[in-house]
Ligand binder design. Structure first.
Ligand code: SF4
Ligand SMILES: [Zn+2]
Length: 547
């Protein structure tokens, strides 16, 4: 196995080499201007690009078309034409949530865990297979963080997407089990790529990013709950992490044990609560169809996510990834299947199970996935259908039910005006905290923006000293096409001051409850946004005094 802590592992291209590889020479832009006029007159975008290749250089990218558009508008050769701009962009749904996600993988590294369903491929970080989409890209880039981030940003730009607000999603085994030096270096190089310049250390890279053109507005790592303690959470804040993906998999101790998960339900809940008390947003992974589970036990299990602390739970995840167990060769689960101890659910059973549990998801939670992108040839038996999500939707429709999760209520590209929106406060009790999900919704319950305010039951026990008397803002999210900073688009939700109003409302609630201060877990690229709204820099958070 390669040693990712060896500095030679980072096979990095210089910024100059990187820029030189981009296909936006002045000649290309001139060609693109001609094509743009054809498209404006009604020609099909793809056909026009295909029929007019650049001499020896392949097709003109959409990035170059968008660049040509902006140059022509600036020179007065073309009137602003949002429809034309929309046409020359591709896959707009990827950024409709307001932020562009860049996914990168860490280098191969063993995980201290021993879960029976987890695949091992020594070319990959534990639990990943080399031909999963994100993993294949990481492999091509030698797991180099700089190359992975740069190439992803470039591909987004090539299809004309704004890349000024980036959520960085770092996948691969258990992040907090990597050496601390590796963690710092990896993040520094991700920031260097967003900043398009080299830095001397992590702090400098973060400082540069506050005003960079690709600003980091969220940083996510995945790890196991049992690897979290107060000191680890503090270090994650040093790195600028704002969101944690944690594998829960099941809330049944017997099933956890059978699948060789290393901690109990109670322990996992305590760690999740600790992460919440440090202000992190929490994404939990859940796996139906583990060894020992039945469709009935999975239905029961799923209920525990939303049960209150008084009932012995209080996980209340902000986001969920549902990964039905997939039977992969080489895993210990495969041996159990060979011995006749395990049977994957058939498709029908799985679709019915998921269609039954989805309507029970609470409106403050976002379901990001209901299947993992494992290429079907790895799956020995059981679910391989990639249309699972649609099958579930259809069944729910036939049952007359619906999912009320954040993802299903996002406003997407719809235009809204402030007077169309109402602000409501959805309250729930999670372990050791009273949560206020402040949401702006339309009369049809479409979600235009929200804020997560956490009121700790015992602020004096906060895992990080700075938070000892603070209420916490864990997330502010406003929807709308991810516009370049400062750009105007009438009616787009991000630009009608929803964020500020939500923050003021959170401060009012916390103030009335007697909290002297409120803290926000700010991503590096949003620090200045909060400073301009009355927050001051603390050591790890931004903090505002309350009257
Ligand atoms: S903790 Fe995660 S990465 Fe480690 S063995 Fe278990 S499932 Fe795999
Ligand atoms: Zn949903």
């Amino acid at each position: 196995m390669t040693n990712p802590t060896d500095p030679s592992y980072f096979k990095t291209r210089t910024v100059e080499e990187w820029k030189a590889s981009r296909r936006d020479t002045p000649e290309d832009v001139e060609e693109a201007k001609k094509l743009l006029l054809l498209i404006k007159d009604g020609a099909d975008v793809f056909k026009t690009i295909r029929k007019n290749p650049l001499p020896n250089r392949g097709n003109i990218s959409k990035y170059t078309l968008v660049l040509a558009y902006h140059q022509m508008v600036a020179a007065g050769e073309l009137q602003e034409d949002p429809e034309l701009l929309a046409k020359i962009r591709m896959k707009p749904s990827r950024t409709l949530s307001g932020v562009t996600t860049v996914t990168v993988l860490t280098a191969p590294w063993p995980c201290p865990g021993n879960c029976i369903f987890c695949p091992t491929d020594e070319r990959m970080p534990k639990s990943y297979l080399p031909d999963e989409p994100g993993a294949a890209r990481a492999f091509q880039n030698h797991f180099d963080p700089y190359l992975q981030v740069s190439s992803r940003i470039q591909s987004y730009e090539a299809v004309g997407h704004p890349t000024d607000k980036i959520e960085l999603l770092i996948l691969g085994g258990s992040w907090t089990s990597y050496p601390w030096d590796y963690q710092q270096h990896f993040i520094q190089r991700c920031f260097d790529a967003m900043n398009e310049c080299e830095s001397e250390n992590l702090q400098q890279a973060q400082h540069i990013n506050e005003t960079a053109s690709h600003r980091n507005v969220g940083l996510v790592v995945e790890t196991r709950p049992d690897l979290l303690d107060a000191e680890t959470l503090r270090k994650l804040r040093v790195l600028g992490v704002t969101k944690l993906q944690l594998g829960i998999q099941s809330m049944n101790d017997e099933i956890l044990q059978l699948n060789r998960r290393s901690l109990t339900v109670k322990e996992a809940l305590e760690r999740v609560a600790l992460a919440r008390a440090a202000g992190f947003k929490i994404v939990l992974h859940w796996m139906p169809n583990l060894l020992g589970a039945t469709p009935e036990s999975d239905r029961e299990d799923f209920k525990h996510f939303w049960q209150a602390p008084e009932e012995g739970y209080g996980y209340c995840p902000d986001e969920l990834k549902i990964y039905p167990t997939q039977l992969l060769q080489g895993t210990d689960l495969y041996q159990e299947w060979e011995r006749g101890n395990y049977e994957p659910y058939d498709m029908d059973t799985l679709v019915h199970l998921l269609a039954d549990i989805k309507p029970t998801i609470q409106p403050y939670c976002r379901v990001n996935r209901v299947i993992r992108d494992i290429p079907s040839h790895h799956v020995v038996a059981g679910n391989t259908r990639s249309s699972l999500r649609m099958d579930i939707q259809e069944l729910m429709k036939a049952n007359g039910t619906a999912c009320r999760c954040i993802r299903c209520r996002e406003i997407r590209g719809q235009k809204v005006q402030p007077e169309d929106l109402v602000l409501n406060d959805f309250r729930y009790h999670a372990a050791y905290a009273d949560e206020h999900f402040l949401q702006y919704v339309t009369e049809n319950d479409k979600l235009a923006g929200y804020l997560r305010l956490s009121i700790p039951d015992h602020p004096e026990n906060a895992p990080i000293d700075e938070l000892k008397d603070c209420a916490l803002i864990r997330e502010v999210h406003i929807y709308g096409q991810s516009l370049p900073v400062g750009a105007e688009q009438s009616g787009a939700a991000q630009h009608i001051g929803l964020g500020s109003t939500l923050i003021e409302e959170a401060c009012r609630i916390a103030g009335e409850m007697g909290f002297p201060r409120i803290a926000v877990i700010a991503a590096i690229g949003t620090r200045r946004y909060y400073e301009s709204r009355g927050f001051e820099r603390g050591e790890y958070y931004l903090i505002r005094k309350l009257k």
